[in-house]
Ligand binder design. Structure first.
Ligand code: 9MR
Length: 349
């Protein structure tokens, strides 16, 4: 009897101890690569091609921590074909090679966008020297050439990026204006022809919460599927800021897309703040990051969580939002911030 009581007391003591944060699989993972394996999903980062070439510490942490990468700029049209017919693949090739050496999958970003187009193209369209028929041929060639070059080396392509505006209209772009809305289906078909095994995505920002954009994007996906166009994935960029409420409906929004049979990815996560950073702001940022990753981990069809750069040393945020910054999970010296540790505590639910 005494033994039984002692046993019960010991059991009660065990119950009273705080559970480790990573309750599902015992101890918390040591780094994001281990977390990626435990969650059975890819954890990625955007890559700055200059930093990859010139900063050994940046390269080392990138290759240690991540199981997926996206070229931040090196695969965009202006980077790969700055003059008509003159291709500059060096940056994109270096990123793909580095990924292969380090057992990282690659997200191709991006085949069709309204930004970072080469000037020969935008000026040619503006001055009428490139007409609609030629423009369509140019777009086809671009997709076939780039997706073809990396055939078999890209897990997923952002085929079209940001094609819906914040009011929920089809975005005004040279593509919509000159080719009509059918350019989207064309782009997916061409990409599939060029690389039949790549998962083909539509990708956008504010899609975590903007209902007008969500509804239009859902309508586009349904229309493409009805026409048997090869579309496989929905990308939520995940550019958040702590001065705004966290988009609490995000899990439900993601399900509306995955219920259509798409896979999902969070493709460009970062969480900016008005500077200076304080411990409170960094704690809020950590919470936002954790909730984004948890949203992906809770959805069986969400396969990838990628941050838009992993260090505050290289971030698009200060250059775009006056007075804002500190959006990434490591600081400028590559020391983990609270957000990094918060990610490590996420588990599958
Ligand atoms: O991070 C990219 C930055 O270096 C470029 O100057 C910018 C140009 O438009 O594009 C940034 O990346 C964007 C991405 O390609 C698409 N979604 C929004 C990202 C942040 O602007």
């Amino acid at each position: 009897m005494k033994r039984l009581l002692l046993g019960l007391a010991a059991f009660a003591l065990v119950l009273a101890l705080p559970l480790p944060a990573f309750a599902g699989g015992g101890r918390q993972p040591d780094d994001l690569r281990e977390l990626s394996h435990k969650l059975r999903m890819y954890i990625g980062s955007a890559v700055d091609v200059t930093a990859l070439a010139e900063e050994a510490d940046y390269r080392q942490v990138l290759n240690r921590e991540f199981t997926h990468i996206t070229a931040e700029n090196a695969m965009k049209w202006e980077s790969v074909e700055p003059q008509r017919g003159v291709y500059t693949w060096e940056g994109a090739d270096a990123i793909v090679r580095n990924a292969q050496r380090n057992r990282q999958k690659v997200r191709g970003h991006t085949l069709v966008w309204h930004n970072q187009l080469p000037t020969w193209l935008t000026e040619g369209v503006a001055d009428g020297s490139i007409d609609a028929k030629e423009l369509r041929r140019i777009l086809r060639d671009h997709i076939m050439t780039e997706a073809g070059r990396y055939r078999g080396k890209i897990r997923a392509w952002d085929v079209v990026n940001e094609v819906v505006d914040d009011e929920g209209n089809m975005r005004e772009s040279i593509w919509l204006t000159h080719l009509g809305p059918g350019y989207i289906a064309d782009a997916f078909r061409w990409a599939h022809q060029a690389d039949p095994h790549a998962k083909l995505y539509i990708n956008d920002y504010n899609l975590e919460w903007n209902t007008a954009k969500i509804d239009t994007t859902l309508a586009i996906v349904k229309d493409l599927k009805a026409k048997r166009v090869p579309i496989h994935g929905i990308g939520f960029q995940g550019h958040l800021g702590i001065q705004y409420d966290y988009p609490a409906d995000f899990p439900a929004v993601m399900s509306r897309f995955t219920d259509l049979g798409l896979e999902a990815a969070i493709t460009e996560a970062d969480v900016r703040m008005v500077m200076p950073a304080t411990p409170e702001k960094l704690a809020t940022q950590a919470d936002y990051y954790q909730r984004m990753l948890a949203t992906c981990a809770a959805n069986d069809r969400c396969v990838e969580f990628t941050v838009w750069g992993y260090t505050d040393r290289h971030s698009w945020v200060p250059g775009w939002f006056d007075g804002e910054g500190a959006a990434n999970i490591m600081d400028e010296n590559l020391a983990p911030k609270p957000a990094y540790n918060a990610l490590l505590s996420v588990r599958r639910t």
